[in-house]
Design a binder for this molecule. Structure first.
Ligand code: DGT
Ligand code: MG
Ligand code: MG
Length: 353
């Protein structure tokens, strides 16, 4: 747009001399281009598992401010799972996720070429989608509105061998076990025996796991092994073939509350580390319920009760509702091969060959 004859133009809201336009554009290409060289190459080493772990920033304060149940808030854990499932539905090169407390680990297949394996791209995309999903789905799980925007930190760690990866995941689950046993004792002492926090801390100081188990049983008649698996084992997200309404098997992110330290899990789900065709989901025969109808072993545990999601459009309710409506075994088996063939053809789950 010309204002003062040929001397002034308005471009992008700035008034500039028409004489300078050509020169400025040329300079931007030649003179400033070198700054690109300052960007570090952060491409992840080849043939390594890429783990992105996110963790809530100062969640000690966040959980207090938002009245989370102590020591475990089922809604809060389900919200973490919902956000993590959103991440895994978007980034299909993630083969497994593991969540506990305010953290989630996501494992990219070791041969992923996503974002050219750039650590900062992988990490920032996962973290950003997780954080926005956490806020987006908040009203489905909590009646109290968010008091301030939560934040998550993130890191990338590479593991060169399958054993390293399994040990990493075992480490996170063992960490959960140690903290949860302690916290279950601590909060029972504080909330049920009216102990001061410092008193409870002193009572538990230096005690071994066996002592804590004994304390829970003797003083509160709690058998720790009967506590909800969600609290004791965290949530493991893997991909399985799950029948939809039409009986067709569809690749689905499935939340499990399983022991991932022992070999059994890895034998039952060899496709995870083996990066093979997906297995078919077998619903647990007997899903133990915890008070309030919360069902931590069922796949649809991540779906909040209807009463808690009045504000949600239907299209953001996760597609896991059919998982427990077991189809006849024969139908599942005959669909299994077709579904895996379809996966390979469409690259639907590019993480599995
Ligand atoms: P950070 O990660 O260094 O910024 O600091 P924090 O405060 O996030 O510490 P972190 O990540 O080591 O510990 C997680 C905190 O979140 C811890 O204070 C327990 C709390 N938290 C996590 N899940 C729950 C829950 O379900 N209920 C309650 N009451 N607290 C929880
Ligand atoms: Mg934290
Ligand atoms: Mg944490």
């Amino acid at each position: 747009m010309r204002i003062l004859g040929k001397f002034l133009q308005i471009r992008n809201g700035f008034v500039i001399s028409s004489k300078c336009i050509g020169t400025t554009a040329t300079m931007a290409k030649s003179k400033f281009d070198y700054v690109k060289e300052f960007e570090l190459d952060d491409k992840c080493l080849p043939n390594c598992w890429i783990v992105v772990r996110i963790d809530g920033r100062n969640f000690s304060a966040f959980t207090e401010k938002h009245d989370f149940a102590k020591p475990n808030d089922p809604g809060a854990l389900e919200l973490m799972n919902r956000a993590a499932i959103t991440v895994m539905e978007e980034f299909r090169e993630i083969i497994i996720g593991f969540g506990q407390s305010d953290e989630y680990s996501f494992v990219f297949r070791k041969d992923t070429t996503l974002f050219n394996r750039r650590a900062s791209k992988l990490m920032s995309n996962v973290n950003s989608l997780f954080s926005s999903s956490y806020v987006y789905y908040w009203p489905c799980f909590f009646k109290k509105p968010l008091q301030y925007p939560p934040a998550f930190d993130a890191r990338v760690v590479l593991y060169p061998t399958d054993k390293n990866l399994r040990d990493y995941l075992a480490w996170r689950q063992a960490d959960l076990h140690i903290n949860n046993l302690y916290n279950t004792c601590f909060w029972n002492l504080v909330l049920k025996k009216n102990m001061k926090r410092q008193e409870a801390e002193e009572k538990l100081s230096g005690t071994l796991a066996a002592h804590k188990n004994e304390l829970l049983f003797q003083e509160f008649k709690i058998n720790y092994n009967n506590e909800p698996a969600l609290f004791r084992k965290g949530t493991t997200l893997i991909r399985k073939l799950v029948p939809n309404e039409m009986g067709r098997l569809k690749p689905t992110v499935v939340p499990l509350t399983d022991d991932i330290i022992a070999d059994r899990f890895w034998k039952e789900n060899p496709e995870v580390i083996g990066m093979k065709s997906l297995g078919t989901y077998q619903p647990p025969l007997k899903a133990p319920l915890v008070p309030g109808g919360f069902n931590p072993t069922a796949v649809n545990a991540v779906i909040p009760p209807m009463s808690m999601r009045p504000m949600l459009p239907t299209n953001i309710i996760p597609p896991h509702t059919m998982i427990n409506s077991a189809l006849p075994k024969k139908t599942i088996e005959s669909n299994h091969q077709d579904a895996n063939r379809e996966l390979n053809r469409n690259g639907d789950i590019s993480g599995h060959k």
